[in-house]
Design a protein around this ligand. Sequence first.
Ligand SMILES: C=C1C=NC(C(F)(F)F)=NC1=N
Ligand SMILES: [Mg+2]
Length: 214
Amino acid sequence: MFNKPSVYFIMGTQNASGKDPLKVLEEALKGGITHFQLREKGTGALQGQDLVEFAEKCQELCTQYQIPFLINDDVDLALAVGADGIHIGQEDMDCDQARALIGKEKMLGVSVHSLEEARVAIDAGADYFGMGPVYGTRSKADAKRPAGTAGIEEVISHFPDIPVFGIGGISPQNAGAVWQAGACGVAVISALSGADDIALQIAHFKNSYKGVLI
Ligand SMILES: C=C1C=NC(C(F)(F)F)=NC1=N
Ligand SMILES: [Mg+2]
């Protein structure tokens, strides 16, 4: 479920750079992403029934390609469409509550920025961590300042069994440090949603992992 090198695509309708978001998702699935997260935020974001229907279409595509489909923040939406899991941040509901709501089978991802936050998330049964922003990012309006990969190294050294995804401004050109830090995968928004050839970009991400191994 979390094999290296994982490429975790995150997108909402506002990240599709004018393209049909479902077409972008299908191209990414065809191109070999390993996880998908629907993160519907910002002005113009879908709401209500429109959001449910869009999420259901994302779910159908991910099921077709047998890729885990996770939803950011919105546990009710995740339960409504039968998503494979949720991703929550520190400012969302607490991990224990989220785990109680989704049950043991679904995936629980948590954004963590410290050992303490990681410990709390592990106690709640988190399946993976998101850590960042590694580099500067334009995809998250309230992102913290770039943290590099030190935090990733520290958390992995204390909790070696929990997969960690680096996120924030990651491209194939700067992904090497994220793999070097021991991350299970890279989580990306604009590096894929804005790419001319998404499959090629995914291949570049996977090759950047090989580069580190050699
Ligand atoms: C803020 C986030 C941080 N990390 C992740 C993930 F990559 F999934 F772990 N997703 C988010 N939405
Ligand atoms: Mg959040």
